[in-house]
Structures are given as structure tokens and as C-alpha cells.
Design a protein around this ligand. Sequence first.
Ligand code: ZN
Length: 444
Amino acid sequence: MPERVVRPADVPITGEGFGAVYRAYRKWSHANRAGLGTELGVELAQPDHLEAAVNGLLTAAVPVGLLKTDTQAPHPLLDPDARIVVALEETPERRAAVRRAVAVAAAQRGLMQRVNTPSNFKQAGRFAETVRQSADHHGFACEVWDETGLEAAGFHALLAVNRGSEHPARFLVLEYKGPEIRKKIGLIGKGVTYDSGGYSIKPTDSMMHMRSDMAGAATVVAAFEAAADLRLPLHLVGAIPLTDNLVDARSYRPGDVIGSHLGKTIEVADTDAEGRLILADALSWITERHPDLDHIVDLATLTGAAIRALGPQAAALFATDDHLARALSEAGETAGERVWRLPLWDVYADDLHSDVADIRNIGAKPVAGAITAAKFLQVFTRNHPSWAHIDIAGTAYGDTEFGRHKNATGWGLRLLLNWWTVDSGQSHSPTVPKSQSPIDPKSQ
Ligand SMILES: [Zn+2]
């Protein structure tokens, strides 16, 4: 038996289900890190609760204070020799639950670390390089397009947003093909590595948090890492536009009209509505290049309106497919990462009318901003019948146990993984990851 065993009585749980267990164990692991060793027994009988608990225990090992000059002791469970031990009888189901949790926690830590990294350490090129390294490590493909490639392919909206930056934009194309593929899914993540708002400049208080404006991109990368480690039976194609949004003599301005990959002209009414511009090019590219995708999901820290509507408790979901919307809602409920569906009624598109161009990038009235943003994106999906947009502005970054100020929450990866489980009609823990050592948390 390990020296230390965590028992259900040690961990107060508020609420029910996977998300509640995950959150409680994550908090516990963080609060008790000083007293933990490198071996920890977990006493939970039910495999999905065991999985949630181990996931929480190991996600809490995410390093914080990375740029502090006094060296901080890492969480003991991040030690190369750290082990999680099933404290009850080690059935194959429990063993598989732990293996899965180890892989997901590693991807979640990577996601949180990417989001928490200050913007001056993750400009587009640098961010792209870390994803390329991760792709090599986990076994999925990663193409990095530079500005020449973007010009040639006609990513005019992404390039317009990038004009004010000294760091050229990048576009990442990720691809993962699992065994016995059941579905081909497109994943798009907003990768604004810093958002000042541009000439429609943000107030300092909100600018402070804008390192998190690439959380959609980080979630997509984490989904590829987890899918590859768990060998999920999917074909995934990822599209990640990367740029910052800054003020410069060359920056695009309110009133400018820009082009787009789809060919439509866009009147820029607000340079702070840049996320939808770079996503527009990614959506147009993915639907042209891969017309056979079963579903397309984009994740983006897109609008303050989504935060005002739902707060940090749920992300705003928009979908052109009721089945997909139900599957994502159900997955979010199980994962403890909720989404709440808002309408995509055509009447909201009226607000995007432009007198000079095909479309405006923001609604003319200061209402329904999350919906008009989604209506804008929909134009660039080439009427894909199963597209979902998840506005994670309220859920990706917020108050956590990891700091006194806002931090990455790790939100979204579990939602996607549970969606794939729900959608394939499988039980909660369908796959066994390829890691040789089943209970070795250091899979990264
Ligand atoms: Zn913005």
C-alpha cells in the first residue's frame, strides 16, 4: 500500500457527477500539495468517479509561477517517479479509468499552461513551434503556414488583423487519424495571442486578461494531444489561426473594408471584433478543403456579451444541427463543463448589414452581441449542416484555486472528450491509452 491514501471522507464534494468529483479532487490536491509524496493511493470504487478524481489530482499539478525567480517546489505528483495507485482492488475498469485520467490531465495541464503563458512569450511563431513539438511527441500531424502561405491562400481577414503586429501571423493545420475511424471532425480554435482591441482599444483592466484570448486554440491542441494518447477512433482536422491584435501605424482601422478567404468583403466597424475575422478565414478554408467533415466545432473566447449572458457557469453554444447541440449539451452536463444554447435565427443577421461591403464585423446595436458574432461566423461556414460555435469567453479564464488573480480554468477539453464518448454511444471510459505504464502520471 502507498504511504498516503486519499479517501472519499477526506475530500468534501459539492454537487454530483463527474465534474463535481473532478473539481473537489483538483482543489484538494492543490491545497494539500505540501503534504503529498510522489506516491498516492486513491480509494474510489466507481470507475468514472475514480477517473474524475485522478484527473483532478493530476491536473492540480499544473505548474504556476513559472516566471518567478525563486524556484518553487513542483507539485509532488509531477515528479518523474510519481505514481497513482488504485487503493481498492485493481479491476481492469479501474485501471483503464486511471490511465485515461493520466492522459487527459496531462493535456489539461498543457492547455492551462499555454493559456497562462504571458503574451510576450507566445507570439504566433513561438506558439506554433510549441504545437509542432507537441505534435511530434504525441503523434499527430502539424503544418505551420507562414505569411507567404497565407497570402497565397487568400487569408485576407487574418492578415488584416495581423497588420499592426511585428510578429507575422501563422495558421496551423493539425491532423489526427485514429484506428477504426467513426467520424471526421473539424476543430477550430481562436488563437489571438494578445488582444489590445486595436484602434477600438480596450480599457486596461480588460486588456490585462487578454493573454487568454487564445484559449480556443489551446483547447484544440489539447484535444489533439488527448485524442492521440487515447487513440480515439476519430479523424480530426484542426485549424488554428494565430495572431495578436495591436495598435500601430499599419493597423487596420474602424471603417476599413477588408477581404476574406471566402471572397466576401467585410466592413470593419470595430477592430476589437477581430476573433470572428480570423475564424472566418479558418471556417472558409476548412469547409472548402474538407467538404466531407461530419461536424465542425469552433471554440473561441469571442464576446463579452456571452459573459454577461451566462457568467462563468456555462459557455454559449450555437449550432446548425439539433443532434449535435444535444450531444454537446449532454456531454457538458456530464463533464461539469456546461454549454447553453442560444439561437441562430436569421433575423439577427440583419444587424450585420453594411452599406459599403458585403457584411459588417459587428452588430450596429449594442445588444445580442454573442448571437450576432455567431451569425457573422455562420456566413463563412458555406452552410455546413453540422456546425457548432462555442463562445468560451466566460469559462476559459477566471477565478481558480491556483492564484489570487484570474487564471486558466482548463475548461473545454472534457466537454469535447465526453461529446465523442456520448456521440458514439459508448460507456464512459471506452479506450485504453497506449502508455505502457498504466499509472504513471508523467505522460508529458
Ligand atoms: Zn477583440
